[in-house]
Design a protein around this ligand. Structure first.
Ligand SMILES: *Cc1c(COP(=O)(O)O)cnc(C)c1O
Length: 218
């Protein structure tokens, strides 16, 4: 018998176009639930808190690919960078430079996405379009591969507002990809409530928590 999590994953996989990666956002959920997703074939998991990530990694099989999607403080890099295949949430030049220093010191290249600030919310997390353009004018800092952009749309039921956000990041993504920057290939947009819209706006990766695991317990 299929578990609820396995059924949700199956529905999502059936509906996602080929080539769009499904990132299972497992923050706040216990490892037993992650294992249900793993046993149903899911391999990419994302966490948003360094301690929680570091605690879960040794409890999960070693072929899991971990992404980090939360705000990352530079004093927490060692809890995150040894374990992840992608940091999706690089939201400042300061963080990018700290990641570079860690990558050089540890001789481990780090894949990142630049997080673009979208949406009307007061939370100012993310880089502006100008900051992203400036940053990509220069070669990436040593040891860092800038693999694309990540964004979170306004948290609203208003489809037009969400679509406006997605259009902005899509335009920037396409403009940058046309420059043939090394590694620059991924657009991570779309969560449980807006991923269908995101794939119409060129998402290559969707980050889905609630639609797989159910509501989070905070
Ligand atoms: C929590 C989170 C998600 C997943 O949100 P759901 O609505 O549960 O799908 C996606 N992206 C980021 C950056 C998150 O923090």
């Amino acid at each position: 018998m299929k578990t609820m999590i396995a059924q949700s994953l199956k529905h999502l996989q059936d509906e996602l176009p080929d080539g769009v990666k499904l990132v299972a956002v497992s923050k706040f959920h216990p490892v037993e639930r992650l294992m249900e997703a793993y046993n149903a074939g899911q391999r990419i998991f994302a966490e948003s808190r360094p301690q929680e990530l570091a605690a879960k990694v040794p409890q999960m099989p070693s072929d899991v690919r971990w992404h980090f999607i939360g705000h990352l403080q530079t004093n927490k890099l060692k809890l995150v960078l040894p374990y992840v295949s992608l940091v999706q949430s690089v939201d400042s030049l300061h963080l990018l430079q700290a990641i570079s220093a860690w990558a050089v010191a540890n001789e481990k290249p780090v894949n990142v996405l630049l997080e673009m600030h979208l949406g009307a919310e007061e939370t100012k997390q993310g880089l502006s379009e100008e900051e992203i353009l400036d940053l990509l004018e220069k070669p990436a800092p040593e040891g860092v591969r800038i693999c694309g952009l990540m964004g979170m749309a306004t948290n609203t039921d208003d489809q037009a507002l969400i679509e406006g956000d997605f259009k902005r990041i899509e335009a920037l993504f396409k403009g940058l990809r046309a420059k043939n920057l090394p590694f620059f290939d991924e657009l991570s947009i779309g969560m449980s409530h807006d991923w269908r819209l995101a794939i119409r706006h060129s998402a290559t990766m969707v980050r889905i928590g609630t639609d797989i695991f159910g509501p989070r317990e905070y």
